[in-house]
Design a protein around this ligand. Structure first.
Ligand SMILES: *Cc1c(COP(=O)(O)O)cnc(C)c1O
Length: 458
């Protein structure tokens, strides 16, 4: 390692941090299909979206033409607490694998929320504050997004109401307590505070809740409370825009050390970290300036890109959100109960979906025991305990590095290490106890989800 010219960690200087976010939609010839109003099936307008989202965010959501958006100074000041994040050369992993490939990762777990989600949470909180709102509502499953949002809201002194899926609220008290420490009000969902919550509690007494139900409660609370809006941590185009800070920094760090990546790998749940990481690279691809292989990695138990349909579907189980054209397993799809690795969303960002449809992005699905094999191998040599979600990308980076070992090619591979796994130790425990299993849905299983896709795709 000491003989290498390239450092183990490449940090940009603070002044090299991006001043603008990059909107990849501006360079897409085939734009992502518009969000549709579920009532009229017409494209959503800024006015309609502004009833649910902050106005500036509604504008960002619908803007397919502006390539760059200034990052407001207030957001850059917050970013400076944990950005620029390091681009790390995984020398120890390369050595353990005996590969000629050069492996890099962009580490986004270096903040208290433990993931990249803070990059968009702080932006969304800023625009809510700028609009003079009192607060925001959201849902959270395992809790990463709720944690990031509670940090962002406390920074801007905004009220933060989080509906947390009841089973997680009860079984995962630690993230809940981080959120409360940052001042968020965390309510187990379904609650008795909303019409939809009361209805579900009545129909299914004792239910543990679901993400779809929590979304519906958060939206209802936002639209029925003066001075509140709803915010979402992934999937939306505005979130990909904010997350472009990851890719812009990665590109700047590579330019600094004179390296061009051959392959860019990211895990894909709703598509926000992947969309952010690849943004400037896919932009060069779209403009015909450069070529990169880009691989989206998803769980075999929730395979929206590799086995889903590219159609309009609801973004939420409660069918209160707009319809998006995306690769989807159907809004009622829920991965099997043994699934422990996150990335459980039924659909995929419409930007990533269109890029995949047009062949700019490849997709691969991986089984969870293989994912945890990779997570443990990585943790033991590189030191960081990775989030299960991030470990999907580690799995494919290792697989590609092993292919390079066979061919003798010294390819440059970079992957997104989106977060740390300290709150996922129940999943690690299952793996360590040897009781983790894989479940790949059959075609018949998937048909049940597809049957819930609305009939607007005629
Ligand atoms: C939420 C999350 C993801 C997946 O979300 P995307 O929107 O697909 O990026 C990945 N990794 C971590 C650590 C997360 O918290």
């Amino acid at each position: 390692m000491a003989t290498e010219k390239i450092p183990y960690k490449t940090y940009l200087e603070e002044k090299e941090m991006p001043e603008k976010w990059y909107n990849v939609r501006a360079d897409m010839r085939n734009k992502p299909a518009p969000l549709l109003n579920p009532g009229t099936l017409q494209p959503m307008t800024v006015e309609e979206l502004s009833a649910v989202f902050c106005e500036d965010l509604a504008k960002q959501e619908l803007d397919d033409v502006t390539p760059y958006f200034d990052i407001p100074d207030e957001i850059r000041d917050f970013y400076k607490m944990y950005r620029p994040s390091p681009l790390v050369r995984a020398y120890f992993l390369e050595k353990a694998l005996g590969t000629p490939a050069h492996i890099y990762y962009k580490f986004e777990g270096n903040n208290t929320s433990g993931s990249h989600k803070l990059n968009s949470a702080i932006a969304q909180a800023y625009y809510a504050k700028k609009q003079g709102l009192k607060g925001v509502t959201t849902e959270t499953g395992a809790g990463q997004w709720g944690t990031a949002l509670s940090m962002a809201c406390s920074y801007f002194d905004l009220d933060c109401k989080v509906y947390m899926v009841k089973v997680s609220y009860e079984q995962k008290p630690f993230r809940r307590e981080v959120m409360r420490t940052y001042g968020a009000a965390v309510t187990p969902s379904p609650s008795m505070e909303t019409n939809i919550g009361r209805k579900i509690n009545e129909e299914f007494p004792g239910t543990g809740g679901s993400l779809g139900c929590a979304i519906s409660e958060a939206v209802e609370k936002a639209v029925s409370s003066e001075g509140y809006r709803y915010v979402l941590g992934s999937v939306l185009s505005q979130v990909l825009l904010h997350q472009s800070v990851i890719g812009l920094e990665t590109k700047a760090a590579f330019d600094k050390i004179g390296v061009k990546p051959d392959m860019i790998i990211g895990c894909a749940g709703g598509g926000s970290n992947l969309g952010g990481l690849i943004a400037p690279f896919v932009g060069e691809k779209l403009r015909g300036e450069n070529d990169y292989r880009i691989i989206a990695v998803e769980p075999a138990s929730c395979p929206s890109l590799t086995r889903g349909k590219y159609v309009y579907d609801f973004c939420d189980t409660g069918m209160v959100c707009p319809l998006a054209k995306m690769y989807t397993l159907g809004h009622d799809f829920i991965p099997s109960p043994n699934h422990a690795g996150g990335l459980r969303y039924h659909g995929m960002s419409s930007v990533i979906s269109q890029l995949y449809e047009d062949g700019y992005v490849e997709a691969r699905s991986v089984e969870q025991t293989n994912v945890f094999d990779a997570a443990v191998q990585f943790a033991r040599v590189e030191g960081i305990l990775p989030a299960p979600e991030s470990s999907h990308a580690i799995r494919v980076a290792i697989d590609e590095a092993l292919k390079c070992k066979e061919t003798g090619e010294a390819k440059n591979i970079v992957f997104g290490l989106t977060g740390t796994g300290y709150f996922d130790l129940v999943a690690y425990q299952k793996y360590n106890d040897g009781v983790m299993s894989d479940y790949i849905p059959t075609d018949a299983d998937l048909e049940k989800g597809f049957a819930t896709i609305p009939q607007v795709n005629l």
